[in-house]
Design a protein around this ligand. Structure first.
Ligand code: B1M
Length: 214
């Protein structure tokens, strides 16, 4: 079992240079990129999240940790994406209107790309119209909506409604995810799939694309 304690702490305290070194050391020691991500990097960010909730740290500290997290993810990205061989289809991804959190969304994007899926990244604060316009423009069959805020969750329902209004609902797999969501919420708004983490989201998108295009 690899000891990720220092890496957890260095993400939490936003030490970009040390995070880089520790990620590289773990890779050199043969630790899998997925383990480095899930056990080394993300727990550090979660620890900051808890402190943020309790007003023990504030936005600048959170951003400094997010930068360290993203540096680590950047080193892992080519390795996590390396084994994609097929091109199963196209997905549009974005963080919904009103929400600027993008770290989880970027992870989902990376995992989708690791499955060979072409991803059109619309960034943050994306309206229902923008999701549907991009899906039409790029011939995407999958729409991935991310949000971390309870105040913006219902923007996802607008995506489902907009797809129906345009008469394209049945052609699209609308996936939702983000910390405040659940299966029950997904069902309530009429989306197709909720997944709790980036890796299972990519698995679900790939499975649906394969079945649809078989
Ligand atoms: Co914000 N923030 N934040 N924040 N922030 C949270 C989300 C919060 C839970 C903190 C807290 O109070 N504990 C809280 C939300 C409370 C709520 O709504 N219930 C919160 C708040 C309140 C806010 C502000 C309103 C604060 C303020 O200004 N007063 C503000 C909102 C601004 C806005 O968006 N309009 C704000 C701002 C910020 C920062 C800018 C400082 C920064 C964002 C930086 C950035 O994203 N570029 C930030 C951060 C970093 C956080 C925390 C600390 C960490 C989020 C994160 O990146 N986690 C967060 C607390 C926490 O989550 N512990 C918090 C790591 C990331 C990998 O996880 O995004 O959950 P996550 O993604 C996961 C899964 O959810 C899933 O996969 C990933 C893992 O594999 N997933 C999907 C995500 N999308 C998916 C889509 C899928 C499937 C799975 O399918 C399509």
């Amino acid at each position: 079992m690899y000891d990720f304690l220092e890496l957890n702490k260095m993400v939490e305290t936003g030490k970009v240079k040390v995070v880089k070194e520790l990620v590289q050391n773990a890779l050199n020691d043969g630790v899998s990129p997925a383990a480095i991500l899930n056990e080394g990097l993300l727990p550090g960010m979660n620890a900051v999240g808890e402190k943020f909730k309790n007003n023990q740290v504030y936005i600048p500290e959170v951003l400094i940790s997010a930068r360290a997290l993203n540096t680590g993810i950047g080193l892992l990205k080519p390795l996590l994406s390396a084994d994609a061989v097929e091109k199963p289809g196209v997905a549009v991804i974005g963080t919904v209107h009103g929400d600027l959190h993008d770290i989880g969304k970027n992870l989902v994007k990376m995992m989708l790309e690791s499955k060979g899926i072409e991803v059109i990244d619309l960034g943050v604060d994306v309206t229902a119209e923008q999701f549907l316009d991009a899906a039409a423009e790029h011939g995407a069959q999958v729409i991935c909506c991310s949000t971390l805020l309870t105040t913006t969750m219902f923007e996802m329902e607008n995506v489902v409604k907009e797809a129906a209004a345009r008469g394209v609902r049945d052609n699209l797999f609308i996936m939702v995810g983000g910390a405040p969501l659940s299966d029950a919420f997904c069902e309530k708004i009429g989306a197709d799939c909720y997944m709790p983490d980036a890796a299972s989201a990519a698995d679900a998108a790939l499975a649906w694309l394969k079945e649809k295009n078989a």
